[in-house]
Design a protein around this ligand. Structure first.
Ligand code: T4K
Length: 367
């Protein structure tokens, strides 16, 4: 039986990658900000139209570091959503901050910007919204709230690489944005991530944080950790970036094929294209509500046919056992997110998914 997983990493041709990494055999320079690292950073700054990109070995440490770089007081509150991968909430809590969970909106599953103000207290320091599935948050409303209350905004843009709002890259909103370049993402560096931001002063801070605070052979200015992207990761990024447009174009065809089968089916809700947004087709979430079968039944049925869909993002992060002691935990506080988490299934999507396979997946779902 042919196995289909929820996604499959985009990779350049084997020869192309070998050619890119050949120079590493010549130089024996494998990590610590080598030529591939510098090249990828510059190419991303150009591609994203963003003043600064700092590369990381993964998206999680990028998020954790940029939150730390803001130097919020211990115990400060950060407004975020629970409809995300645990990394978002972990990055807040591991910085000694308290996540305050805001509900999501039922249209695009991003933070419900109309509910943010009611959660602001004198301890609130920041908002960490998530461009979940590559859907853009209401960046304009969030910017207005942040300005009114003097809050920092750090976007978890893990899913939103190459997405644009009104022609502007998702990298250019808020005080900073974090991208994940994990193998499962639209653009990957095997593992990897980046922080993008406009503030010149943050460049040194983040570079210190990801490299032990070392500034030279005899200088250590800061108690930093190690979160550097290595040369093999960066080389994968340099290669993958060359083919990104083609890969996104292929994902678009997969998405359109799904829509041709599932749009308008009673009990099935698809995420509508957002106005003014250029998408990246990162995920294909389907909400089963009043359909002939439950989300879990569909999940099982697909599994029986060798198709692995995923329940991203169930459970909500505010109902994980590791957060049981948080005063803000509890999925009943975010009912829209709880409703979605119980009903959503992300169906397989990747550039090389054959359209006949999409037909087959839909046939199984609809039967
Ligand atoms: N914020 C958000 C909103 C995020 O979604 C993430 C990560 C982060 C922050 C943190 O960024 P990173 O530190 O990860 O850069 C996956 C990914 O590991 C994770 O990166 C991602 N979000 C999350 C949503 O999904 P799993 O546990 O579902 O991955 P896994 O191993 O089950 O893989 C899923 C499918 O991908 C496989 O069935 C097949 C395919 N795959 C996987 C791997 C590892 C490949 O084709 N190639 C591969 O190498 O977490």
């Amino acid at each position: 039986m042919k196995q289909i997983l929820v996604t499959r990493s985009s990779m350049p041709d084997y020869e192309e990658y070998c050619e890119e990494i050949k120079k590493l055999w010549d130089s024996h320079w494998l990590t610590n900000m080598g030529v591939e690292h510098e090249m990828l950073q510059q190419e991303l700054e150009r591609f994203l139209g963003c003043p600064h990109v700092v590369l990381y070995t993964n998206g999680h440490l990028a998020l954790e570091n940029v939150i730390a770089a803001m130097q919020f007081p211990e115990g400060a509150e950060v407004i975020t959503t629970p409809f995300t991968f645990v990394s978002t909430t972990h990055a807040i809590v591991r910085n000694g901050l308290t996540p305050v969970f805001c509900d999501v909106n039922p249209e695009d599953y991003t933070i419900d910007a109309d509910k943010i103000e009611s959660l602001i207290t004198d301890k609130t320091a920041a908002i960490v919204p998530v461009h979940v599935y590559g859907n853009m948050c209401d960046v304009e409303k969030i910017a207005a709230i942040a300005k009114k209350y003097n809050l920092k905004v750090i976007y978890d843009a893990a899913h939103a690489f190459a997405v644009k709002y009104k022609g502007i890259s998702s990298a250019n909103f808020g005080d900073a944005s974090m991208f994940s370049f994990h193998a499962t993402k639209v653009f990957n560096t095997i593992e990897g991530g980046a922080v993008c931001f406009p503030n010149d002063a943050l460049v040194g801070t983040l570079n210190d944080m990801k490299n032990f605070g070392i500034r030279g052979p005899e200088s250590c200015v800061f108690v930093g950790g190690n979160a550097k992207m290595n040369e093999f990761q960066a080389a994968m990024g340099v290669c993958n970036l060359r083919h990104l447009d083609r890969e996104i174009g292929k994902r678009k065809l997969v998405m359109e094929q799904y829509w041709s089968h599932l749009d308008g089916v009673p009990g099935i809700r698809l995420c509508k294209p957002q106005r003014d947004v250029t998408p990246n087709y990162a995920y294909f979430p389907v909400v089963f509500d009043g359909f002939g079968a439950t989300r879990d039944e569909i999940f099982e049925r697909l599994e029986k046919h060798g198709i692995t869909a995923r329940k991203y993002f169930y459970p909500l992060t505010n109902s994980f056992e590791c957060y049981a002691d948080l005063p803000t935990a509890g999925k009943e506080k975010t009912p829209v997110a709880a409703f979605l988490a119980d009903r959503v299934l992300t169906l397989p999507i990747y550039a090389d998914l054959a359209l006949e396979d999409v037909d087959r997946i839909c046939e199984i779902v609809l039967s």
